[in-house]
Structures are given as C-alpha cells and as structure tokens.
Design a protein around this ligand. Structure first.
Ligand code: F6R
Length: 605
C-alpha cells in the first residue's frame, strides 16, 4: 500500500478519538477502506471496514486504551476488502502493523514464511511484515529489534508503524521512501504519514528520515539518530471546510489568497527583480545554465508546460518538459549546465522523485517547486521555492496549480533578469502579477454563472477543451479536471491547431467544446478553430476577455476574464475551468473531494 494514511498514538488519553479524527484528516490520501487497533489488556479493539471513514456509524464510547494505530487505504497490492484492510497481524494476533509503501519481494518472503508454518489471512504485501516481525520476536524481546531485523529482509518502500502485545508499552515507527512524522506533545506522542493528522494536537514535530526507527513510549521517545525539532506553521482551521460544501470549492475560492501568499515578499518591483530566498544559494550556478528541464505529473506537468512558454519567451532559456514517469526511460541529455526543476504539490510523487534522483546522478542542478514543507522532493533538491499555500485537501490540484504558475512567473523574471530581460519588462510582468489576486477575485465573482453552465451542460458526456500558446496547456488541464472530478464525462484537451488534424471528426451538436480565447496574440487563430467547430454544429463555451462582444456571435455561452498580460492569462482562465469541473461533478452527485480510483499523493511509480 502506498498512497495511504497512517496515524498512531501513545500517551495518557483514550487513543480511539485521536486516531479517528486523525484518520478523517488523512482520508484524502486513500479511501478504499480503513482500520484501527487500540490496545487494552482487558479487551483489545480491532476494526476493519471497507468504505470511507466519514461514513462510519456507531457508538465507540466504550473503546478504551491509550495506545493505538490506524490506517486509511488506497489499494495497490490486493483488492479492496476487509481482509486486505490494515492493521495486519501475525499468526497469534500479537503484532499489529500499518504500512504505506510496497514490499517488492513480498511474494518470496511470503512463500518462505508459509513454508515455516506462518498462516496468512490477506492478499497484501504488508502482512509479510507482521509475520517477519513475529519470527524475529521469538529471539528478540524488544519489538524495535525485531522490527529492525524484519526490515533488513524487505526490498521496497515503507512508512510502517508497529505495536506488539509482547512489548506493549511502545509503538515503533520506521520509514524508507514513504513519509512519517512524529508529533511531540509533552508526555504523549503521535506518528502520522502527514502533518494534517497531528497539527490539532501539537506543532512540535520530527520528520523521520529514511532508515530511521523511532520508539515511542507513554513518556519518552528515541530515534537512532538525533534530529532537530522543527515547528510547522499550518493553521488547524486551514484543514476545515469553512462553510463550503467540499474542499475543492473552498480551495478554488482560496486562489486569490494563494497567489498572494506565493508572491508576497518575493518581488522587488522598482528593480523588476524576483527575490526567491530558496534559490539564492544556487543563483551563481543558475546564471550559467544553458537549458532547463521541467518535470512533474498530471496537473503539475500542466504548470510546467505553461512554464516552458514563459521561460523560452521571456528568460530566453531553452526549456523542455518531461513527463516525470517517462523521464528515467529516456536518455535525457543532462549536464551541469542544465537545471532540472521538479514541480509537485505533495512533494511525495514517486515518479517525480525518481526523475530528480536520476538527474542528480547526471550532475544537473536540482530545483524544486513544492508545497509540502519537508517533503521528500523538497529534501532531495539543491534549492527551491515553496508554494506557501497551506494544505490542499481536495484530491484535485486547484490552488496549488495557480500557485505553481505564479511562482513560475517569478522564476522566469528571476532568470530572465540574469540574462537579457530589461528592467522595464521585468517590472511590467511583476506589476501585472501583483494585480492578479484582485483579478482572480473578480473572476470568481462569476461562479454562479459557471454553476448555471455546469447545469446546462450536465447532460453531455464528451467535451473538447482547446487553447493556443500559453493556454494550450490549460486546455489539457481543463479536460483533466473535468474527467477526474465529473468522471462520468469524458473530456479531451488539445492545442487548438490540432483539432483540424483529426479530432474535428468527432464534432457535432452533441459534442461541445470549451474554447479558451482571451484577447491575445493568438486570438485570431483561435477564432478560426471556433468557426470550424461552428460550421459543424458544435456547441461552444468561450472563455474570453472582458469587453469582447463579437465572441457572442461565435459562442453559445461566454465566461469573461479580466484583461491581463498574455503570459498571465492561464492563471485567470483556469478559475472558471476548475469551477466548471467542480460544479459539474456536484451536479452529477459525485464526491468531488474524493473522486473514484484516485488519491492525493501518488507515491507509487
Ligand atoms: C489532478 C491532480 C494530479 C496531480 C499529480 C501530481 O488534479 O491532482 O494530476 O497534479 O498527481 O501530484 P503532485 O503535484 O503532488 O506531485
């Protein structure tokens, strides 16, 4: 299991309510099934259920015990059923394990353990860990020693939390490649796969490093290596919906604030300069780079594609975007004059992480554009910029995408001003960027109109999204978001000029197209594509610039965005597209925060 949520507690308070609320916060990481184990010498509590924790009914007030572990699962190895739900246990039901990651050699280990007499009750890779620990417990009384020996036998990745009734005043946490964080709150301790399960109890955290094992007892803890205690500044209420029906809408409405947070303090307007503290140490090297490779997945890759247009047009640096999952399989030509910039909201996406590890081997400068502080990608890079937008809970990337675009603008100015970009151009870009929070608010004022459109078009099952130049990647993003969130609908995004080379065959009155056509350098060309669609009775929803009245003759419906610089239009155009996906998903009665088959952090390759 990899994209899942883990939470563990040991202290003086009843563990169940703490595990329950922690797991609810982590549910966005996976919601196929969930499970708890709470230790009580009189009567243990073990619960495994298929479905979402938010649907759990019942009275749990009699669950007592001050030590427990819990897990929410996004299935990778083994189908979705109760047997495969964590916690997993050994033959005697003494050792309980929750795990994120993949044990790659689980089949051989399982065969060997079965031949030694172990009885398995699930089809998961994780259960192997429980039996391996059981085996080593026979010769080692301390559970941490048995865990350490067991982990030496496995190949793969793990964030694992273990409890043993044979050494019951402890929980043990270990990590390799899958994040785990300890929360320290006086004489109680928490462990979780991400800070959102911990922040309502304590801001004192330790991020475990690979190969570290932490041992938590009711009043003390130790790790094999000394780690500094960091302070995280996420607000607990940031993880609440604040009156919105779901996190996705809440996060779209946070876009103006997300732009603000991404750019504040990072511009020197009068000098037309970007001031990105995280990149300062690399500035000398960046001055000499000859090319940039941007890597990311899904929505983060769409941000990279916009970045490619920005960097080539304004910083004049040859730029290439690679799909992170393909990166390792190409012989990418990299050297010490190439900067590789990894873009990732979670900072834990395995494909992106592997891409930068590969680039490191080739001697490139590794940069990150990441939201989650202290995440694996953030720690793997030489220098980087944080989004600073707080947690994004909805599975769909929304405000993080906008933050990435805003910061790519700053990076473009930063690198451009090291080269040929003039003061005047640098200043103009930054002045326009500074106005964007206001313009984004204005764009959001049309949310009711977008909602009406979603209602009007909810009967259609296919959509095209088209755009050109800076908005060609936004066509991809609009389509991805629609099929991800309103997954009963199929959508395809493409560069508008491509339509006539094939896809136009599909256009008729039952196949609408969303045309991104702000008044920019490619507007006239966009109009050509729209004419072609109209000539084939295709319905058109246009995203156009305020004041453009002629577009009404071509389009069936129009959503307006305020005027801004061409390179910044993607930021405004995305807002109605994300809203459209959200409202259409809601209109179809879908859970838009947890679309089927998806998970927030994709830590499997
Ligand atoms: C789409 C979406 C995904 C992510 C992708 C990368 O709404 O959320 O496509 O953008 O999985 O995730 P990060 O940015 O965490 O690396």
């Amino acid at each position: 299991m990899l994209m899942c949520g883990i939470v563990g507690y040991i202290g003086k308070r009843p563990a169940f309510p703490i595990l329950f609320s922690g797991l609810k916060r982590l549910e966005y990481r996976g919601y196929d099934s969930f499970g708890f184990f709470v230790f009580n010498p009189e009567k243990d509590f073990l619960l495994k259920k298929v479905g979402k924790i938010s649907d759990l009914q019942g009275d749990f007030s009699n669950v007592s015990g001050e030590i427990g572990i819990a897990h929410t699962r996004w299935a990778t190895t083994g189908e979705v059923n109760e047997e495969n739900t964590h916690p997993h246990y050994d033959c005697q039901k003494n050792i309980f394990v929750v795990h994120n990651g993949i044990i790659e050699n689980y089949k051989e280990l399982k065969e060997k353990l079965i031949s030694e007499g172990h009885k398995f009750s699930s089809g998961t890779d994780t259960e192997v860990l429980a039996h391996l620990i059981e085996k080593h417990s026979q010769s080692h009384n301390k559970i941490e020693e048995a865990v350490s020996l067991a982990l030496r036998e496995v190949r793969g990745t793990y964030g694992v939390v273990v409890f043993s009734k044979k050494d019951p005043q402890k929980i043990v946490a270990a990590k390799l490649g899958s994040p785990l964080i300890l929360g320290i709150n006086g004489n109680e301790f928490l462990v979780a796969s991400d800070p959102s399960a911990i922040v309502s109890h304590t801001r004192q955290v330790i991020t475990l490093d690979d190969n570290e094992i932490a041992v938590l007892s009711p009043d003390k803890f130790f790790i094999l290596k000394e780690k500094p205690i960091e302070k995280i500044d996420w607000e607990t209420e940031e993880a609440q919906k604040q009156g919105f029906p779901n996190f996705m809408l809440k996060e779209i409405f946070e876009i103006p604030e997300a732009i603000e947070k991404s750019i504040t303090g990072r511009m020197i307007l009068e000098e037309g300069l970007a001031k990105l503290g995280g990149l300062e140490q690399a500035l000398g090297k960046l001055k000499n780079i000859k090319k940039i490779t941007l890597v990311g997945c899904g929505t983060a890759r769409h941000a990279a594609l916009v970045g490619e247009y920005m960097l080539e047009e304004y910083a004049k640096i040859p730029t290439k975007v690679e799909i992170a999952s393909e990166f390792r399989y190409k012989n990418s030509i990299l050297d010490d004059q190439t900067a590789v910039l990894a873009i990732s909201q979670s900072g834990e996406t395995a494909d992106t992480l592997e891409a930068i590890k590969e680039s490191k081997r080739k001697g490139s400068i590794i940069l990150g554009l990441v939201n989650t502080v202290g995440s694996s990608i953030a720690r793997e890079t030489d220098a980087g910029v944080y989004c600073r937008i707080g947690p994004e809970i909805g599975v769909a990337a929304t405000k993080s995408f906008i933050s990435q675009l805003s910061i790519l603008t700053l990076i473009t100015v930063g690198l451009g001003r090291q080269r040929e970009m003039s003061l005047v151009v640098g200043r103009k870009i930054l002045e326009n960027l500074q106005q964007l929070p206001e313009l984004a608010k204005k764009t959001l004022n049309q949310s009711e109109q977008v909602k009406e459109l979603a209602k009007k078009y909810s009967g259609y099952r296919n959509f095209f999204f088209i755009g050109r130049k800076y908005n060609a990647p936004i066509a991809l993003e609009g389509a991805l978001k629609l099929k991800e969130i309103a997954w009963k609908i199929h959508a395809e995004g493409l560069a508008a000029g491509e339509l006539k080379h094939g896809q136009i065959a599909l256009i008729d009155e039952g196949f609408p197209t969303i045309c991104i056509c702000p008044s920019d350098s490619v507007y006239e060309k966009m109009k050509n594509a729209m004419e072609e669609i109209k000539a084939r009775q295709g319905k058109i929803i246009a995203i156009a610039t305020e004041g453009n009245e002629e577009i009404k003759d071509l389009a069936d419906d129009v959503i307006y965005i305020p005027k801004t610089l061409e390179m910044l239009t993607p930021i405004l155009v995305t807002i109605p597209l994300h809203l459209f996906a959200a409202y259409l998903g809601m209109e179809l009665g879908l859970d838009i925060d947890k679309p089927r088959n998806l998970a927030k952090s994709v830590t499997v390759e």
